[in-house]
Every structure is written in structure tokens, then in C-alpha cells.
Design a protein around this ligand. Structure first.
Ligand SMILES: NC(=O)c1ccc[n+]([C@@H]2O[C@H](COP(=O)([O-])OP(=O)(O)OC[C@H]3O[C@@H](n4cnc5c(N)ncnc54)[C@H](OP(=O)(O)O)[C@@H]3O)[C@@H](O)[C@H]2O)c1
Length: 294
């Protein structure tokens, strides 16, 4: 199998590593040669290009069995979202059609669910978020499912908050003494370990088009956790003080667009047999021999 990972960053690199181990021929797209070394070290070929610049795709070649779009906004605002997810996805789909690509995995986000009632959401729940960034993601998904079907057999993965080696916002906040218990601490948080995002993409790639083509799947671990319980557990695990409650001003500043929901992943499990290796934050954040890397 020949796979192209467009946006070969935190998740893409791990996916590439897992695929290379399985004997898949993997190439990864970056916008520049910066970072090429870490791809090459992992046996991933480097392709340079930018999804917002269609002319940069002409040299990407053909005969890819699968293309994974793991491009991120690099923490940009709504304009970057429109460029990278809106325009970039359309450019990518245009190129894939010309290149005869038949399988496409598109990484989206559970931020498309705007629910605030603390209940469970499935892929059939409304995807109508308040923040404009989430709206761009949801509109891009609808465009893919409406316009980019047919030969392309797209699969959309709605990924929860990603953490893992070198990345974990809550732990970094805690280590800096900036973590807070938000509100009454009961807001649900949905997370998934980087390695499990990669294994979910592999599971989808390994499933038949009939099973996963034209479908949406949530990618999240087994156990949503309430924000207060999570930061309290983290503090105990890392031998740090339990964080204080946020002030009213901090809570008010954070409130707009905050969701409160529990994301269900049964559809992905049942369709592909995928299960997260890190079933919950406890396994994923377990302190390893004194390590404090977040
Ligand atoms: N992080 C989360 O918690 C989270 C949650 C839900 C969903 N997701 C989604 O999961 C996917 C992977 O996230 P990640 O954390 O692995 O992202 P990441 O580490 O930021 O990596 C994304 C990659 O995208 C590349 N990129 C950015 N703009 C590009 C462009 N215009 N053209 C081509 N490549 C571009 C970057 O490459 P260079 O900078 O090297 O050029 C980078 O390597 C993304 O689609 C993201 O939206 C993430």
C-alpha cells in the first residue's frame, strides 16, 4: 500500500511510524524541509507542499492508495481555518480526483458538536457548534460528504482533544501552576491519545469501502472525565498541589463556546474493531518513572 499523509505533524508522524512498521510505503507532506529529518528517521519520505497552494501539489505524483488529511490550523484563528480546512480541503480533493485517489481519510474534530447539556453525543447528533472555527470544520465535513463522494470514498474522523508525548495542555498548565478547576468542575472533557488516533486511521484504512466510505466516526477514548476530577487526578499523579478553582472572571471569560458533552465512539469500534490502547486519561497520563513531560 502507498499512503500519503498530508500534514505530517504530531499525529501524522506517529501514523507514518505505525504504517512503516507494517511495511506500508509512506510519504508525508510538510510545507517546508524543516522537520524533514524526523520523517526520514522514521522511514517516511518527504513531500513538500501546501494545501492552500494548489500549484504546489502538481509534483505530488499519482498512484496513492490512500490519502490522509491531518493538516492543522497551527493554532490559527478563523481565517486560517477557512484557508486550511475550507479552501485547502477543496484543493486537496481537486488534486486527488486528478491523481485518481480512491480512499480519503479526513481528520475533523469533536468540536463540531456544540452540545452543552452534558449528555452523550453520537455521529448522528447535530453538529452545529457556536464558535466560527467549529462552523468551518462542520461546513467542510458537509461539503466533503455532499460533493466529494463517488469515486473518492471519504471517511471523516471527528477526533477529540489529542494528548501524548510532548503534548498535554492540562498537564502543562498544572506544571506551570496555571491549572484551575473550571466552574463547578463538572464539565465533561473528551480526550484521545495520539497513538490511538493513529491506530484509528489505520483501522479505517484497513476496512472496506462499504464499511467506512462516506461515513463519519468519532475517535475518542473509552471514558469522558469531568474537568475537576481530571485535574485533581493529574495533580495527585504528579505529586503537585490540587489546583484552585477559577475566579468568576476567569469562568466568565472562558464560558462562550464551551461545550459540555460526552462523545460516544461505538460506531468506530463496531465497524472496525478499533479500541484505544489508552482506555482513559489514567493510562495515557500515568507518570512513567518520574517523567514530567506533558
Ligand atoms: N490537536 C488536537 O487536540 C486535535 C483535536 C481534534 C482534531 N485535531 C485534528 O487532527 C489533525 C492532526 O492534528 P495534529 O495535532 O497532528 O496537528 P499538528 O501537529 O499541528 O500537525 C499538522 C501538520 O499540518 C501541516 N500543515 C499546516 N498547514 C498546512 C498547509 N497549509 N498545507 C500543508 N500542511 C500544512 C503542518 O506542517 P508544517 O508546519 O511542517 O508545514 C503540520 O505538520 C488535524 O487535522 C487537527 O485539526 C486535532
Amino acid at each position: 500500500m502507498r499512503a500519503l499523509i498530508v500534514g505530517c505533524g504530531y499525529v501524522g508522524l506517529e501514523l507514518g511510524r505505525q504504517w512503516v512498521t507494517q511495511g506500508v510505503s509512506v510519504s508525508g507532506v510538510r510545507r517546508s524541509e524543516v522537520g524533514a529529518a524526523e520523517l526520514l528517521e522514521s522511514g517516511i519520505r518527504v513531500v513538500v507542499g501546501d494545501v492552500t497552494q494548489p500549484e504546489s501539489m502538481t509534483a505530488w505524483g499519482r498512484e496513492w492508495d490512500i490519502v490522509v488529511n491531518a493538516v492543522s490550523s497551527s493554532r490559527g484563528g478563523v481565517d486560517v481555518y477557512r484557508q486550511v480546512y475550507g479552501v485547502g480541503t477543496r484543493n486537496l480533493v481537486g488534486w486527488m480526483r486528478e491523481a485518481g485517489v480512491r480512499r480519503y481519510v479526513h481528520l475533523s474534530s469533536t468540536s463540531v458538536y456544540g452540545q452543552t447539556d452534558g449528555g452523550w453525543v453520537t455521529e448522528d447528533s447535530p453538529a452545529d457548534p457556536l464558535p466560527e472555527t467549529g462552523q468551518v470544520l462542520a461546513a467542510t465535513e458537509r461539503w466533503i460528504l455532499g460533493e466529494a463522494t463517488g469515486d473518492l470514498a471519504p471517511t471523516i474522523l471527528r477526533v477529540a482533544g489529542i494528548y501524548g508525548p510532548g503534548r498535554g495542555h492540562a498537564l502543562q498548565q498544572l506544571l506551570k501552576g496555571e491549572a484551575r478547576i473550571q466552574g463547578d468542575g463538572t464539565r465533561w472533557v473528551n480526550m484521545v491519545h495520539r497513538d490511538d488516533v493513529a491506530s484509528a486511521i489505520r483501522a479505517v484504512a484497513g476496512a472496506s469501502v462499504e464499511t467506512v466510505g462516506g461515513k463519519v466516526f468519532n475517535v475518542v477514548d473509552d471514558e469522558p472525565v469531568q474537568q475537576g476530577e481530571f485535574v485533581t487526578w493529574l495533580a495527585r499523579e504528579y505529586g503537585l498541589p490540587i489546583p484552585p478553582s477559577a475566579t468568576e472572571e476567569e469562568n466568565a471569560a472562558r464560558k462562550r463556546g464551551l461545550t459540555h458533552k460526552r462523545v460516544d465512539h461505538r460506531r468506530l469500534r463496531e465497524a472496525t474493531g478499533w479500541a484505544p490502547a489508552y482506555r482513559s486519561f489514567r493510562e495515557g497520563y500515568a507518570r512513567v518513572s518520574g517523567s514530567r513531560s506533558g
